[in-house]
Ligand binder design. Structure first.
Ligand code: PMP
Length: 378
């Protein structure tokens, strides 16, 4: 049976993107690759409205988080961190381990930190950075990154850092016009590339901050080591992932073909349809409706459904989803709906969820969720 990879990353990788990974690898100094890498970097800057710098480094989202922390602040700097769940807490741990003084504003899982609270907190100290996760994958809560950016713009000494791992290329983010100083993501989410690339954008202000820090202890994730390569990829610092960068180039081609704004609109439409259909089947969505992500759904089981039985049965019906984290382990599953998927995928997935419910002994009418989904998408 065909397997649908519907976890919140890695997401399904389109055939044409896989083909790039299967190409014969060439020297990273080959003029053809240097030109491809340069065009990837300039497209990333243009698409995400960044007049500063873009970085593409071998690694995952966590490396991008560490890179952001290392290049933006030094030990004893005050950092304000907004956490909507597990990945916000991870970012707090990264800054804390590096000796930054981290004030965390966190919400109950599924709720969000109020803007007024953030604006009051900003008055308390001269924060060197404000850090937020755009979509916390553990809770499906989406931060209002544009509104937070407006708050931070009143504080010229505060860098605004956004973890876009579960959002970038699926939910609107604009570096310059949203006042973002560092935006970061991984290749395996809404770009629809396999895991393996850490991608960052940095404003001029962020680059100036890096300069002011002098020598930093981190070597591999030092912006200053990478900047000469990002300006001229024929130079060497550490070996670029040649095939993965081609894969990202193909993903950017797919995004350009769809149109970034259309892609964002598609993610909103899919999220509403999927969430409404799941609710019609008796599930509830963890995140409050006003702050609910467009890239994934964090879906709480109705009474009587066993997590392991549900996910194993769903897997045998052809669909892989992820389990809940932290306090929601065993109570929830997480369904990704980001990147290069289409209506065929969603209909197949919803039908498999219905069959699974039926096999788990839950009263369901086959076609019920699909009907809601199709009416929303049609
Ligand atoms: N931030 C968020 C919001 C994430 O969802 C993830 C991964 N699920 C990460 C950071 C860490 O990324 P990675 O697993 O690629 O290191």
């Amino acid at each position: 049976m065909k397997k649908y990879l519907m976890i919140p990353g890695p997401t399904p990788v389109a055939r044409s993107i896989q083909d790039e990974m299967g190409r014969e690898t060439i020297a990273f100094g080959d003029a053809a690759f240097v030109s491809d890498f340069s065009s990837v970097l300039s497209e990333l800057k243009a698409l995400f409205d960044c007049s500063g710098e873009a970085f593409v480094i071998s690694g995952t989202g966590t490396l991008a988080m560490e890179t952001a922390a290392a290049n933006s602040t030094k030990p004893n700097d005050d950092v304000l961190l907004i956490s909507h769940g597990y990945f916000g807490d991870r970012f707090a741990e990264i800054f804390t381990r590096k000796g930054r003084n981290v004030d965390v504003l966190s919400s109950e899982w599924g709720k969000h930190v109020d803007l007024d609270l953030i604006s009051q907190k900003l008055l308390e100290k001269d924060y060197k950075a404000l850090v937020v996760t755009h979509v916390d994958t553990a809770t499906g809560t989406m931060a209002d990154i544009e509104a937070i950016g407006k708050l931070v713009s009143a504080y010229p000494e505060t860098l605004y850092i956004v973890d876009g791992v579960c959002a970038t290329a699926g939910i609107k983010e604009k570096v310059d016009s949203m006042n973002i100083d560092i935006l970061l993501t991984g290749s395996q989410k809404a770009f629809g590339v396999a895991p393996g690339l850490a991608i960052l954008w940095a404003s001029q202000k962020a680059i100036q901050r890096r300069e002011s820090l002098g020598v930093i202890p981190e070597y591999y994730c030092d912006f200053e080591k990478w900047l000469p390569i990002m300006h001229d990829p024929s130079k060497y610092f550490a070996t670029p992932s040649v095939n993965m960068i081609w894969a990202l180039q193909e993903s950017l081609r797919i995004i350009a073909e769809e149109g970034l704004e259309n892609r964002y609109a598609r993610h909103i439409k899919y999220a509403h349809a999927v969430q409404k259909a799941l609710e019609s089947l008796g599930f509830t969505i963890l995140a409050d409706e006003e702050h609910r992500a467009y890239t994934l759904s964090n879906v709480i089981y109705p009474d009587g459904i066993d997590d392991a039985a549900f996910r194993n049965t769903l897997s045998s019906e052809g669909v892989q989803v992820a389990g809940g984290l932290g306090p929601y382990a065993g109570k929830m599953f997480r369904l990704g709906h980001m990147g290069n998927i289409d209506i065929h995928d969603l209909v197949a997935v919803m039908a498999a969820i219905e069959r699974t419910l039926a096999k788990c002994g839950y009263p369901v009418q086959l076609g019920q969720g699909v009907n809601v989904l199709e009416n929303e998408l049609f």
